[in-house]
Design a protein around this ligand. Structure first.
Ligand code: NQM
Length: 380
């Protein structure tokens, strides 16, 4: 598939991210050929992705590959691919809960799942982690409704709500086996409630945790400290060498200021998120629920119930996560996690990739504020 004839594709906003959604059957089956095609579709490598669909930021350089599932417990399979912005790299090493919000509506519109009358629930197997999720969204009269009255922080206006539920994951909530570790001289909590995340008190890295993402991205000392912590945390969290990986994420914690449980600034892992990822927020919320975590003395989790409102640079993300301590020596478990997102179809049609073998001759210069990599992964 050269792409000269174009590829069937839909562009959806999923939560606070935006991605290109494909049926697996519309892409090459060979991963190397698929990734080469996706780089040409998204316009990478180029800091502005000017010749493709990408928006020049990791949050708008995302891909969902969807197919009918062979697993009887799922309706569809969802493979998430992060397309680097200014490097010719595509990775499946992380999942994405924001892009997940568009998978159910896309699956119904492509005929993979029959719509219910009123609302539809789609059981999704997330191929990146092997975990599952159920997405429920309105389908009045048997059609996906992309309009609606649900608002989420970080997205102007309203759209149809997508309720996403995650059952207990098979992976350990505490990947290092401890609720607290000292990594590169800093006390942290490594937690994975869907996204491997390192929780760090903001003041331990000499920032307040209330700065703008742009201001934090300009801080070279902070970038060096975060990199040091991330590279050491990777092997401890069972992720191996994370030099060029997009995980673990790093969430700086500060006391809440707007009625939530905690304030966050999350690095994904080089750029600072303008809000927070869904599974990233689920991992922060689980960390807040764990006695002895570094969030103690910083966060104010609710006295009752499981709903945590995670503050981020553009508002709040509410996560309902039911964390229970393990009996005896058993580790703690998040029995169930739920979030509400919105998704909206932006276009559905044919995308025409840059021809094969033609790389941008002279990439446009990186935006001035970018410290190192502009691609959500490690700086080059
Ligand atoms: O954590 C960005 C996003 C994400 C991931 C990232 C996400 C999640 O906001 O579930 O959604 O952390 O790279 O799209």
């Amino acid at each position: 598939m050269t792409g000269a004839e174009g590829v069937r594709c839909a562009l959806l906003r999923g939560g606070t991210s935006k991605g290109a959604y494909f049926l697996a059957e519309d892409l090459p089956t060979d991963p190397a050929a698929r990734d080469d095609l996706l780089l040409r579709i998204m316009g990478s490598p180029d800091p502005r992705q000017i010749d493709g669909l990408g928006g020049g930021h990791p949050l708008t350089s995302k891909v969902a590959v969807v197919s009918a599932s062979a697993d009887p417990a799922a309706d569809v399979d969802y493979l998430f691919l992060q397309v680097a912005v200014d490097r010719a790299e595509v990775t499946d090493r992380q999942n994405c809960g924001n892009i997940l919000a568009g998978v159910g509506p896309f699956a119904v519109e492509r005929g993979l799942v029959p719509p219910g009358d009123g609302e539809t629930s789609v059981r999704i197997r997330m191929r990146n982690t092997g975990e599952s999720a159920v997405a429920t969204f309105p389908t009045p009269g048997g059609r996906v409704d992309h309009t609606g009255r649900a608002a989420i922080s970080g997205v102007p206006g309203t759209a149809a709500p997508v309720m996403i539920e995650f059952p207990a994951a098979g992976r350990p909530l505490l990947p290092t086996g401890r609720v607290r570790d000292t990594i590169a001289g800093t006390d942290v909590t490594c937690v994975d409630n869907g996204m491997p995340t390192v929780l760090i008190p903001a003041t331990a890295l000499k920032v307040t945790g209330y700065e703008d993402p742009a201001e934090l991205e300009e801080d070279r000392q902070l970038a060096d400290r975060l990199r040091e912590i991330r590279l050491a945390a990777g092997p401890l969290m069972g992720l191996g060498d994370v030099e060029s990986a997009t995980v673990p994420k790093l969430s700086l914690l500060a006391p809440p200021r707007n009625g939530g449980a905690v304030t966050t600034r999350t690095f994904i892992p080089v750029r600072c998120h303008t809000s927070i990822g869904v599974l990233g927020a689920a991992s922060v919320a689980a960390g807040l629920a764990l006695p002895g975590s570094v969030a103690e003395g910083i966060a104010r989790p609710p006295a009752e119930g499981h709903r945590m409102r995670i503050e981020h640079p553009t508002g709040l993300l509410e996560v309902d996560t039911d964390v229970v301590p393990g009996a005896g020596d058993a580790p703690p478990v998040a029995r169930r996690t739920a979030v509400v997102r919105t998704a909206r179809k932006i276009f559905d049609g044919t995308v025409f990739p840059r021809p094969a073998g033609v790389l941008p001759a002279a990439p446009t210069p990186a935006p001035a504020r970018t410290p190192g990599g502009n691609d959500g992964s490690a700086p080059s």
